[in-house]
Design a protein around this ligand. Structure first.
Ligand code: SF4
Length: 328
């Protein structure tokens, strides 16, 4: 049932509350300054009356890059394909590819026009355009070929066959941003798909990048969520990363030892993050307590590099986005 509209016209004030997630953990480990910009410096920067630095950091936080854009477009398409499947309206692979390529071109055009200057949270701002690394028409053709390959891999997988024969009660949750509580702290998860079949819960994560050690941690966090919020039991839980580039499906079965290790990892990660705060009660932080990383490879790909290294990046950023002659 839909919730009734609030009777008061007063909007609830947003507060920057502390929480944990696998991606926040990775960010903290990669570069603490970047973590600070993402979770503290950019806070409130969506407001045109906020100070200029917060507005700039917010725009940079919302920036994406081509690999991330490929990932989010593929996730979006798979989600729509599965929603339609559940309604008994299967989407042909040609339609899924056509829609994804259309969305990719729309995002590119948005980024080239610089729509994000006015609407940073709604319009695509590509790192490659912003930092003068404009992709060539050949690069764009290769990306489109890759999008086609990733969706072909999904369509030809046994996973889709399994889902086609799933009864409606077998679908547990899909593309859901959800949370559980650990020691009083909120832990966020974003599950691509969870289904039940013959008493086993399968949790799927679609991957458009290379296999990475951190992927297993992410699955272990999903296992915790499933036991706490979806009433799953560990012996009846199978977690699967589907690497669409290679077609590899990596299945992970969780035992209580791995789950305990994951709980310890989250607890110590939260402790390190909280130690950095000026005041834990108000979740307030000061930039100087979050050092810049010395790993230059991370900086080269970081959207905040114009803030950390203005002398090196000023010239690139001040150029207007280059208009491309696209090969389509
Ligand atoms: S440019 Fe480097 S130091 Fe600065 S936030 Fe990014 S990763 Fe950290």
């Amino acid at each position: 049932m839909n919730k009734p509209f609030p009777t008061s016209s007063r909007r609830t004030e947003l507060t920057n509350d502390f929480s944990w997630s696998s991606s926040r953990h990775r960010l903290f480990n990669d570069c603490q300054r970047r973590y600070y910009y993402n979770h503290y410096g950019s806070w409130g920067g969506w407001d045109k009356h906020a100070d200029k630095q917060a507005q700039l950091l917010y725009r940079l936080k919302k920036m994406t890059n081509l690999p991330m854009l490929i990932g989010s477009l593929v996730h979006q398409t798979i989600n729509q394909v599965l929603l339609n499947l559940r309604k008994g309206q299967p989407v042909p692979v040609s339609t899924a590819i056509e829609n994804t390529i259309r969305d990719f071109r729309r995002c590119l055009a948005e980024s080239e026009r610089g729509d994000w200057r006015e609407r940073p949270s709604k319009s695509t701002n590509l790192f490659e355009h912003y930092y003068g690394e404009t992709p060539s028409p050949l690069d764009l053709t290769r990306i489109e070929d890759r999008l086609i390959g990733l969706l072909d891999a999904f369509y030809s997988s046994p996973i889709l066959n399994q889902l086609r024969s799933l009864p409606s009660y077998g679908w547990v949750t899909q593309e859901a941003l959800d949370s559980f509580t650990l020691d009083g702290q909120k832990v966020w998860v974003s599950l691509d798909l969870a289904v039940m079949e013959k008493g086993v819960m399968y949790i799927y994560d679609w991957k458009t990048g290379m296999e990475h050690r951190a992927d297993k941690v992410q699955l272990a966090v999903y296992a915790l969520f499933a036991t706490k919020r979806l009433h799953a039991s560990l012996p009846d839980l199978t977690l699967r990363d589907f690497y669409l580039d290679s077609g590899n499906v990596v299945s992970v079965e969780m035992d209580s030892e791995t789950v305990d290790e994951t709980i310890s990892l989250i607890q110590s990660s939260i402790e390190l993050m909280l130690e950095k705060l000026d005041d834990v009660n108000t979740n307030s932080a000061s930039q100087e307590r979050f050092p810049l990383t010395d790993r230059t490879a991370i900086c080269r790909q970081c959207s905040y590099k114009s803030v950390c290294f203005p002398a090196e990046t000023n010239e690139m950023v001040s150029k207007p986005p280059q208009q491309l002659t696209l090969s389509f």
